[in-house]
Design a protein. Structure first.
Ligand SMILES: Nc1nc2c(ncn2[C@@H]2O[C@H](COP(=O)(O)OP(=O)(O)OP(=O)(O)O)[C@@H](O)[C@H]2O)c(=O)[nH]1
Ligand SMILES: [Mg+2]
Ligand SMILES: [Zn+2]
Length: 302
């Protein structure tokens, strides 16, 4: 008789499963170890058997409802599968320390869109910057769900907890922005390791080393992941890029040309919206940059 469990984490060949409120360690059945076999990921629902010696072996993976993938930056072609069966992605940035980088946030949003996952933009460390409200407004105006947090004084933590309740959520973003600290604030018993931001470079130091999922008392699961320095968009469908910029898509309906790239074309409604302050100039820059990346990568692929 097989038992069903959820994969919380992996360490070498050992998988930690959550089985009706208990932790169980299991390894893979031979055929699941093959290179061509589907990799077992954090968030996967699996069936396992226990032998007479008490060793647990994962026999099968249940069909996934979603799959979050990411690409390395630059030209390397590896696609990484990050986690399975997620309901949503929380893209976390810091208002300061490390310095806020809107293009990077836009990238994380595109990556979630490309895996067809709903994304919430979280801006943490609002205690360290006076302009946090301006940073988040850019996303509020796009229609994305947004949350402002301060893990150190608790602002926004209740709102964050509420949006995690009953769902499987993955935290992603640059290193050092406070993903693990936020999760500790949501559920203090988690005791996740958190790092110091280097005074010199202002950058974090990769305190979290591999994706790990945790059950929430309130219901649902959260996945903490290691921060990324950069993230590639090659091979991503231009449509996924479009999907991550709903405000630009909407305005472009009124451009004179159907195929307007919002460059130097006349009567470009997107440019008009930027000039009128209704669309962020930085967002348009991200959009154009990412579309170029996606299209150029698509061409070299054919
Ligand atoms: N001032 C301030 N510091 C914070 C806040 N949230 C986190 N920090 C600090 O930021 C540093 C990095 O936090 P982590 O939680 O380790 O960051 P992380 O995003 O998990 O980093 P990686 O695991 O490397 O991806 C720690 O020193 C935290 O104490 C906040 O809201 N305000
Ligand atoms: Mg961390
Ligand atoms: Zn246009």
């Amino acid at each position: 008789m097989s038992t069903e469990g959820v994969v919380l984490s992996r360490s070498g060949g050992l998988y930690r499963l959550w089985v009706e409120g208990k932790l169980v360690d299991a390894s893979l059945r031979g055929r699941l170890k093959h290179r061509s076999a589907t990799k077992v990921l954090v968030g996967d629902r699996v069936f396992f058997d226990e032998d007479e010696d008490g060793n647990n072996t994962i026999e099968a993976i249940v069909d996934r409802t979603s799959l979050l993938q990411r690409r390395s930056p630059g030209k390397s072609r590896g696609v990484r599968e990050v986690a399975a069966n997620l309901d949503q992605v929380m893209a976390v940035g810091a208002a300061a320390s490390p310095t806020w980088d809107q293009h990077m946030m836009d990238r994380f949003v595109v990556v979630a869109e490309a895996s067809r996952l709903p994304v919430t933009v979280v801006i943490n460390k609002i205690d360290l910057a006076a302009d946090s409200e301006d940073l988040i407004n850019v996303y509020r105006e796009t229609g994305y769900k947004t949350i402002m947090t301060c893990a150190s004084d608790g602002r926004g933590i209740e709102e964050l907890s509420l949006s995690l309740k009953g769902k499987i959520s993955l935290f992603t973003g640059p290193t050092g922005v406070g993903k693990s600290t936020l999760l500790n604030a949501v559920q203090p018993g988690l005791s996740l390791r958190t790092g110091e931001v280097s005074k010199k470079s202002g950058a974090g130091r990769h305190t979290t080393v591999s994706p790990e999922m945790f059950p929430l008392h309130a219901g649902g699961f959260v996945v903490d992941t290691p921060g990324l320095r950069d993230i590639g968009l090659w091979g991503i469908e231009p449509n996924s890029v479009n999907g991550a910029f709903p405000e630009i898509e909407q305005a472009s309906q009124s451009c004179r040309f159907d195929d307007c790239r919002h460059g130097k074309e006349p009567d470009c409604a997107v440019h008009e919206a930027v000039e009128a302050g209704r669309i962020s100039k930085m967002r348009l820059e991200s959009y154009q940059r990412f579309l170029n990346e996606a299209i150029i990568a698509g061409k070299t692929w054919e």
